[in-house]
Design a protein around this ligand. Sequence first.
Ligand SMILES: [Ca+2]
Ligand SMILES: [Ca+2]
Ligand SMILES: [Ca+2]
Length: 645
Amino acid sequence: MQLSIVLLISCFFPILIRCQCENDWFGSNCTQINRCQTNTCPDGFICQTIDENYQECLAIGTFEGNSSFIHTQINTNQMQTDEITFRLRANQQTEHLFTIQNRNTSTNLSVYLAQDQFRIRLKNDEFFIELDNQTYDQWTTYNFQWLNQSIFIFNNQTMNSTIENIFLPNTQIEIRLGNGFRGCLEYFLLGSNVYIPFYNQTNVEIENIQINNCTFDDLCRNVGCKHGQCIEAFDRGICQCQRGWEGDLCEKNIDECQRENNCSKEHSQCIDHLDGYYTCQCQQGFTGQFCETNFDECASNPCANGGLCIDLVNGYMCNCTNNYISSHCSISLDETCFGRRNTCQHNGTCLLTSPNLYVDQPKTECQCRDGYSGEQCQFDACSNYTCQNNGTCQRLPNGKAKCLCTNEWQGNQCEDDIDECLIRKKICLNNGKCVNQRGGYECHCQEYYLGARCEREHVCLKTKPCLNQGHCRTDGETYYCECSTNYTGLHCEYSTCESIPCENNGTCQPNSSKGFTCNCTNTGYDGERCEMELNECLSNPCQNNATCIDQINGYICTCPRSFMGYNCDEKKFLAVLGFSYHYVIWPGVAVILLLIIILLSILISRIRESRRSRGTYRPALNENGQSSRVEFSMILKPPPEERLI
Ligand SMILES: [Ca+2]
Ligand SMILES: [Ca+2]
Ligand SMILES: [Ca+2]
């Protein structure tokens, strides 16, 4: 009775008083069957009291892929559904995890496992939630939460992606878990207390969910490891490979040479073997497990005659001393032309025909200068030639020689004259005549040409120095002028007296320096050639204001009335008395004329008188010819001896 009262009080005042349920009963009002007490959970499930009103049978559900799923429907008014929490373990895969569909709005929210992330599809959008350093293969709790139906929070982190809440109030929600991924869910919780059951009950469709504490059966049954052993690892059997093998089935030989190995990279080649082994194949000259050691080829003291051995890679080098050469210092330098004994003569050059002096059989040879031959260049080809006529011996390549003749000679030893006139046409210029000579030729030049080839014009031709048709004559390089009769002088530049140079009866006199001199004395002329008439009036010879009239070689003075004389220097007598000669002359002339007229009249009248009395014919006179004035001097008179008797 006392217990009943307490129960009654606690039921009517739930806030203040909590019901202490009897065994087999549960809930704040103790109206539900206490499942955890009555042990009604299916096999493998453990009953858990979630809160004072909820108990749930929980177990880890094992999902084996497409064949495993849970399908159920929930009304959102049954719960506070703004949150999904689940605890998951799975291997890496890309598969469907769960889908929640709002039946009222036909909106789907699907979540897939993906590579280190969740892939979320809502309507036609796709979002990714990176898991950062988390992986599925360890048990991990994931939490999706919405604030105010819109702000999406993943594991307490507000995400930028707008993944709207599908859990609208008072709607029908359809949930499908699995049907894709392989792994285990410890629980899948909506809100704070609604667990999706992993066992059959009303409205829950379960297919192939194993309650076996997240184990998978016979994981190694179908795994055929080639070089390894299968071990069970969570949800699958994996091959644990023997040394030197890899691959899902340990079927691939690991190439240890491609991985870090100890073979000397520089001096060996790594060779891979099975089962994790490799060997190092050494380059020549190297030894050791990893070919790390340079083999000492000098160990056998190969260098002779004190040569210093230097160890090389796969060989050695002898640094010879004391004039020894060859690879082992076994040959004396004197056995080559570099040495003193076999030196190249005549300035020949010693050449090395081997790569160097320190090979097995070093070879040298003398490179002779032109004209020399022989092993030591000891033979001189010019010794076979005696070049004549100033010819010189020219040494030629390959130990040959020849005589180099002057231009005038030919032949092996320059012994033959070259007929220059024959081989060189026009050797003499300007019509010069070529005359061959031994050792040369001569040009016989035409007049007025000079030079060995008559190439020069004589000064007679070049400057034509002789004047006045004078003939230029050569005298070697110089010349002289042959003048015509009328000229003289070195260049015939002067006239001679033969040219009658003096005018106006001047007298010509030869002159050695200028050809002639004209003596113009008493000619009335002057000048070089007496060509200038003298004005005798210039000396004013006429006196007393007489007018001087110039004459050739003289002058006339026209005297004033009172003067007379050649120079008008005499005063007239009558003039002294003041008498004019006109008073005498003119009357005298008149008397004489009168007398002449009278005499002529008397003569004429006497002639007329005689003709009338005696006639005029007188033949005697005509026959004797005494009146003739003609002389017949040309008439020949017969010689007196031949006169007829
Ligand atoms: Ca290997
Ligand atoms: Ca070595
Ligand atoms: Ca000649």
